[in-house]
Design a protein around this ligand. Structure first.
Ligand code: M6R
Length: 614
């Protein structure tokens, strides 16, 4: 899951590549590099390996070196094959140093290709799978093929999910790019054209954005952008509607993207919810491509997702089953297709993916489609690979999320999934119209309630700072409080690097309670639901064993408040909507603890924003 970019044209500069890479950094930052084709027919490569400082170092090395720039490629790496070294940093080149390649994804059959190419005399200088692409291209170019035809012939030989961009110093204006189950888009600017892993990388430089389909090849020169299938048949370019601006992708005065994104939640939730009810008082999900008649036939639902998206899916399972009475299963995407799930034409598989590019979720959805199920994706990225492949797409409107730890997209996902659950209940008549409109009205009050939660930020910061030496955290909840507990633990783990476990509170006494002692901090979700009393008993159980207790409780709920060493208060809402409010203090706690520990919250170690490898 690396970030790739390429630019060509009169107005293109090396600086565009470096700036674009900075906006792609969430995809990985083990190393960074560029290859620049100059007017003198050379391809110059600059690479930097400095962990989270790689891009800063690259920017220094690349400073003032745009002279003679014709076109170039850039890459920010999340290492899969080959250690984090300069030799393994992209771009990679062929034997002659004339062909440059940047690549995202994995060439699964690289070993056999490498052997074949080495036998034919090619000399490799890295341990990466990527380098086989450069040498394959070289061999096809030697056979007299154009770069476009060489890419087409190479793609036919490569196995795995990937995207790559190639350039040939002999004809440097023309970049050739392709993708298969990995993100890649094209951008057209006034005097320069671009390819990139995602839109924010070239926002402000390109004005029009185009999709590339799987196993399509695009040629990008300053004059033209042309799309083909692997047989060379031309395809019409499909524009992507982009509503984001450059400012939305920048920090806007916040210390980092994560805090900005936490504070953007009122808008992210509002934008994902407004305008979803028509004049007749019905939920109207305009972008849905599934016919209500088809939805009435559904008799089983699976929800699949990874990480934070999986937790949003878990909240949705409770609502979908409760409001529609359709049996609903929840699966971690990477497990789903290997467990032989029972699906047919009356099954709906809902994929939850902020990026719409996570390989495990995409593969789970593809498997579901192959087995005849209907597929629907909930994604934050219009035109993402999953959104295009699925039968239907429902978009969250959270705006670009740059911080690796998902925050605003999580609450937007739960909001969108709740809308979907209500929509299913509406088409299947399992709730009265008045019940649906009451719940929707309460959903529209959530942005103001989130604002109220955010007011508690300074108090949460103080508690987090006081816990900077704590070494073990537990998060417990029941019913929809359970996914909140899991998400609280995940946020803490990924940016603080501390052991943190989320449990269904009722399960504690079946084992985990043995770990509780006075060194432990236990977070409990005790907002008022049907299970509040049981939750309170579970809190008592850990309290008497010496743990420090932090509670997420409703405003002014003195009974709950009296049990906590610290309490983060949130307004009351519909019990099934409560996770949207309850999770926010946990995001803030994780954020402030990580800052207190001196960690880079936007770029946590070992992680990448979008995981496009299995
Ligand atoms: O783009 P997706 O929603 O498919 O990503 C899924 C997970 O990789 C993602 O939620 C991950 O767990 C985040 N780092 C959580 O903060």
């Amino acid at each position: 899951m690396c970030g790739i970019i390429g630019s060509t044209g009169e107005a293109a500069t090396l600086n565009d590549l470096v700036e674009g890479l900075a906006r792609l950094e969430y995809r990985g930052y083990d190393s960074a590099g560029v290859a620049v084709a100059r007017a003198d027919g050379t391809l110059e490569r600059i690479r930097a390996v400095d962990g989270t400082g790689s891009l800063r170092l690259l920017a220094e090395l690349a400073k003032d070196r745009s002279d003679g720039y014709i076109a170039g490629l850039g890459h920010t790496r999340w290492a899969t094959h080959g250690r984090v070294t300069t030799d393994n940093a992209h771009p990679h080149m062929d034997c002659s140093g004339e062909v440059g390649v940047v690549h995202n994804g994995i060439v699964e059959n690289f070993r056999e290709l490498k052997e074949e190419l080495e036998q034919a005399g090619h000399v490799f200088s890295s341990q990466t799978d990527t380098e086989v692409i450069a040498h394959l291209l070289e061999s096809y170019l030697k056979d007299g093929l154009s770069l476009k035809d060489a890419v087409m012939s190479s793609v036919a030989r490569l196995r795995g999910a990937m995207s790559f961009v190639a350039i040939n110093a002999k004809d440097p204006k023309v970049m050739v790019a392709t993708k298969r189950m990995a993100p890649l888009i094209v951008g057209k600017g006034d005097k320069a054209n671009f390819v990139a892993s995602d839109i924010p990388a070239i926002l402000g430089k390109a004005d029009v954005f185009y999709q590339i389909g799987d196993d399509q090849v695009v040629t990008v020169s300053p004059e033209a952008i042309e799309l083909f299938d692997l047989a060379g048949k031309p395809f019409e370019l499909k524009e992507i509607v982009v509503e984001w601006d450059l400012e939305a992708a920048a920090r806007g005065g916040f210390r980092d993207f994560m805090s900005k994104e936490i504070f953007e939640q009122p808008n992210a939730v509002r934008d994902s919810l407004v305008g979803r009810m028509n004049a007749k008082g019905e939920i109207a999900l305009d972008e849905m491509r599934l016919d209500p008649e088809e939805l009435r036939k559904i008799n089983k639902i699976f929800i699949v997702g990874c990480g934070t998206s999986y937790h949003a899916g878990m909240v949705a399972k409770y609502a979908v089953e409760h409001w529609t009475r359709i049996p609903t299963e929840l699966d971690i995407s990477s497990e789903f297709r290997y467990r032989d799930p029972v699906l047919d034409q009356q099954t709906l598989v809902i994929g939850v993916s902020q990026s719409g590019e996570t390989l495990d979720t995409m593969a789970a959805m593809n498997e579901a489609a192959l087995l005849g199920a209907k597929t629907l994706v909930v994604s934050n990225v219009m035109g993402s690979s999953m959104a295009r492949a699925a039968d239907a797409a429902l978009y969250t409107r959270a705006g670009p999320e740059i911080g690796v730890a998902a925050t605003k997209t999580h609450t937007a996902q739960i909001s969108a999934l709740m809308l979907l659950a209500l929509y299913l209940a509406q088409v299947r008549h399992s709730l009265y119209p008045s019940e649906i409109s009451d719940i929707y009205s309460e959903m529209l009050r959530l942005p103001d309630k989130i604002d109220e939660v955010l007011v508690g930020d300074a108090a949460i910061e103080e508690v987090a700072q006081s816990m900077a030496t704590v070494k073990k955290f537990y998060f417990i909840g029941r019913h929809v409080g359970y996914p909140v507990a899991l998400e609280g633990a995940l946020k803490l783990k990924e940016i603080s690097y501390l052991p943190a476990e989320g449990y269904p509170a009722g399960e504690l006494k079946h084992g985990p309670i043995a770990m509780i002692d006075s060194d432990a901090v236990v977070f409990g979700i005790v907002t008022r639901t049907r299970l509040w009393e049981k939750m309170i008993s579970n809190i008592e159980e850990v309290r008497v064993r010496g743990a420090k207790i932090v509670l997420i409780a409703n405003n002014g709920d003195v009974e709950s408040i009296s049990l906590g060493d610290a309490v983060f208060e949130v307004p009351q809402t519909h019990p099934l909507l409560a996770p949207i409010l309850d999770v926010i203090p946990l995001q803030l706690f994780a954020y402030h603890l990580a800052v207190a520990l001196g960690h880079d919250v936007d770029r946590p170690r070992n992680l990448a924003k979008t995981v496009t490898v299995e």
